[in-house]
Design a protein around this ligand. Structure first.
Ligand SMILES: Nc1ncnc2c1ncn2[C@@H]1O[C@H](COP(=O)(O)OP(=O)(O)O)[C@@H](O)[C@H]1O
Ligand SMILES: O=P(O)(O)OC[C@H]1O[C@](O)(COP(=O)(O)O)[C@@H](O)[C@@H]1O
Length: 311
């Protein structure tokens, strides 16, 4: 199995508040509140660990509330290469209603100074050669410029790493300039990357192909309950997940990304890569926790995923 680096520049404590129905402007009573060390690269690492890989996690972590992250890293056996920054890692609030609807309120993150940004680059220069691949995922904290992110991706690639990249907005556009190996936009992020929302499948295909023409080998377009379209040198593929009971969609994209990386690193045939990844993402929506909770349920979902080659 591979040694994988995940970078989460703006991790988060996810506070999932479960309630029957959200009544905005009213006093709401929750059923439970779950606090989890999270953020895109951290969640990706949890899924990759369950798929058998060995993980190093890095990024910027607020020094004042690092404990839940450190506990997770110890429990999971992750090597902790996070640079500590003054202040707190943000808390992201997830209002999870009984219907499966989720309202996300994501914080901005701490202020990260130039010295800490340099420290992370220095640390990555030291360790990069140990890895086959880096997954860079999630938003930027305050003080980190999208162009710095672009430089970071180029630097990782300069060390010979494949980069899988999942981001949004200006940071996504800047990262795309570095032509990472793989990106995983959803429909909205594809629109942010290309300047307009595609009106139909032909238009989104044209947008994806324009990105691939810029040197991005793999584009995994995630489309919520409608599944995935995957554009790669192995062709264009589409997967439709079975209907599942939704607990929380938070982490579905991270799970899809992790499992695509896993299948591609394993060198599986395209159909198998996409079938497994779509099942891992569908399993993720049935649970509140991150990672692959129930291997038998995963197998049942995987058997029910529909995959077809589009070209
Ligand atoms: N309700 C759902 N049922 C089954 N699979 C889902 C559901 N919602 C999301 N997924 C799976 O998770 C993937 C990622 O979800 P999506 O919402 O597109 O990503 P993101 O969270 O990054 O916006 C989808 O491509 C799909 O395979
Ligand atoms: O860095 P961002 O874009 O604010 O996203 C952070 C949030 O995304 C998550 O990683 C979930 O992402 P996905 O639902 O896209 O898989 C949460 O754990 C976290 O709160």
């Amino acid at each position: 199995m591979a040694r994988i680096l995940t970078l989460t520049l703006n991790p988060a404590l996810d506070l999932t508040v479960r309630l029957p129905t959200l009544a905005p402007g009213e006093v709401n009573r929750s059923e439970s509140v779950l606090s989890q060390a999270a953020g895109k690269g951290v969640n990706v690492a949890q899924v990759l660990a369950d798929l058998g890989h060995s993980l190093t996690v890095a990024g910027f972590l607020g020094a004042d509330n690092a404990q839940p992250f450190e506990a997770l890293f110890r429990r999971r056996g992750f090597i902790d290469a996070f640079v500590r920054v003054p202040g707190e890692t943000r808390s992201n609030i997830k209002l999870a209603e009984g219907t499966g609807r989720i309202t996300d309120i994501n914080g901005p993150g701490p202020e990260v100074g130039e010295a800490q940004q340099d420290a992370l680059l220095d640390r990555l220069d030291l360790v990069a050669a140990d890895f086959e691949i880096a997954v860079v995922a999630g938003s930027l904290p305050r003080g980190v410029d999208p162009q710095w992110l672009r430089e970071l991706l180029l630097r990782l690639q300069g060390h010979g790493l494949k980069v899988a990249f999942d981001c949004s907005g200006a940071a996504l556009r800047a990262g795309i300039e570095a032509a990472p190996w793989l990106i995983k936009p959803n429909d909205q992020e594809l629109a942010e990357a290309c300047g307009q929302l595609a009106g139909n499948a032909e238009e989104s295909t044209a947008q994806v192909e324009s990105l691939r023409a810029r040197g991005i080998e793999q584009v995994v377009l995630s489309q919520g309950p409608e599944g995935v379209r995957w554009f790669s040198p192995q062709g264009v593929w589409q997967a439709l997940p079975p209907k599942v009971e939704v607990a929380s969609t938070v982490g579905a994209g991270d799970s899809l990304l992790a499992a695509m990386v896993h299948g591609l690193l394993a060198g599986w045939p395209a159909e198998r890569v996409l079938r497994r990844a779509t099942a891992v993402a569908a399993l993720a929506v049935t649970q509140f926790q991150f990672g692959i909770g129930d291997a038998q349920r995963l197998q049942r979902i995987e058997d029910a995923v529909q995959v077809q080659a589009l070209s």
